[in-house]
Design a protein around this ligand. Structure first.
Ligand code: PLP
Length: 410
């Protein structure tokens, strides 16, 4: 099956007992049983069933199965947000004294989270370029995971997953990839060697800009070295599934970061059009980037432009497509603001992956609390404008951005 057929007819799409074509929204806190014996069996995992929505819910489970299949994972866990997915993932494998190697240029919230984790004794070593070579050079006896964004938001750095995974695996360290901006439409990192894939489902997976969510997909292939990973002590008997089992039955459940059933439903129906949306969004982003580049009054950063430093790697790993985001430098903060304010169609909003085109000045919003060097590493300067391209007609977007730039200079 190809991508769109698999989306609609894959193995994870099960027949619902009530013949509903979509998973019904189980908008409940708890599930009722006929006898105490039955409920006890559910708690002991001796019979299938749901007890309490923070621990499991059929609507959420339907979404988890579907995303796991799309990413080629052995299982997935949906979370309350992308940030909660990253937090739960890291705390499942790291404890005080451990180290993370991460690419520079990550999403601002993730950079801040890594700084927060320092107070818990988990230190992150950032590297400007995450490559097999930098990973090998930075691994120490304390390293417990390597973390990167498949396509960084908004710097648009692409990581060479097979090369980095090989370097991490030589040292028996897992490689975790935030694939929010890529989506399984563009690339499936587990198939390239990544061990765990994380998404902010609030973005492209949902697509409608109607709910916050996250998802963690376990590749289920990593051989955990239980002498090294103290955080997984007690889970040795689960072998390659130790990460998923600790996450689901321990950390994520106790952390309380579950996805709401209504959000799972909205994301589930959003997923139906993931392929169509991504195809259109990438086509529009490419057309807009080329048009703005040709106008020449702003400096455009987009993956399909031959001048982009990751152009060749993106061509190899993303099948020639770019992504849904582009940025441009306007020359000054004031000119950036003027251009943004002159736009008619793009919404000024702090999100990406919506069907509507969204625009923001990241330095004065998303990176307000990030230090300058880290911000610039993330491809954000005082004059940077980020555009999350939507599914409008490309000609209208091109005309709108061109007039906004022209008007900013009048
Ligand atoms: N990862 C990336 C790449 C993001 O862009 C974002 C949000 O913009 C997140 C994680 C955090 O996701 P959420 O806002 O759903 O917590």
């Amino acid at each position: 099956m190809n991508f769109n057929t698999n989306l609609l007819h894959g193995k994870s799409i099960i027949k619902n007992p009530g013949r509903e074509i979509l998973p019904p929204v189980s908008q409940v806190t708890a599930f009722r049983y006929e006898s105490m014996e039955e409920l006890e069996k559910v708690f002991l995992h001796k019979s299938m069933g749901y007890a309490y929505t923070r621990i499991g819910n059929p609507t959420v489970a339907a979404l988890e199965r579907r995303i796991s299949e799309l990413e080629g994972g052995s299982g997935a866990i949906a979370t309350s947000s992308g940030m909660s997915a990253i937090t739960a993932t890291i705390l499942t494998v790291c404890s005080s004294g451990d180290e993370i190697i991460a690419s520079g240029g990550l999403y601002g919230g993730t950079i801040e989270l890594f700084h927060d984790l320092e107070k818990l004794g988990i230190r992150t070593v950032f590297t400007r370029e995450l490559t097999g070579g930098t990973v090998r050079a930075l691994i120490t006896g304390k390293t417990r995971l390597v973390f990167g964004e498949m396509i960084s938001n908004p710097s648009l750095k692409v990581i060479d997953v097979p090369q980095i995974a090989e370097a991490a695996h030589e040292a028996r360290i897992p490689f975790f990839v935030d694939a929010t901006t890529a989506t399984p439409y563009l690339v499936k990192p587990i198939g390239l060697g990544a061990d765990v894939v994380i998404h902010s489902a609030s973005k492209y997976l949902n697509g409608g800009g109607n709910s916050i969510g996250g998802v963690i997909v376990d590749g289920g292939r990593f051989r955990w070295d239980f002498d090294k990973f103290q955080a997984l002590h007690g889970f040795e008997k689960y072998g390659k599934q130790a990460f998923s089992v600790r996450l689901r039955t321990d950390l994520w459940q106790n952390f309380g970061g579950c996805m709401a059933p209504a959000n799972a439903f909205l994301t589930y129906i959003g997923l139906d059009t993931l392929g169509l949306r991504m195809e259109r969004i990438c086509h529009n982003a490419d057309a807009l980037a080329r048009a703005l580049d040709a106008v020449g009054r702003v400096e455009v950063n987009y993956l399909t432009l031959p001048s982009h430093p990751y152009h060749l790697l993106a061509g190899r790993l993303l099948g020639g497509c770019g992504a849904g985001i582009l940025t441009f430098r306007a020359g000054s903060k004031e000119r950036a603001f003027r251009i943004i304010d002159n736009l008619s169609y793009a919404c000024i909003a702090s999100n990406i992956g919506d069907v509507r085109t969204l625009v923001i000045h990241p330095a004065s919003t998303l990176y307000l609390h990030t230090d300058r060097a880290e911000m610039e590493d993330a491809g954000v300067f005082d004059d940077t404008v980020r555009v999350s391209v939507g599914i409008e007609d490309a000609e209208d977007l091109i005309e709108d951005f061109t007039q906004a730039i022209r008007k900013a200079d009048e």
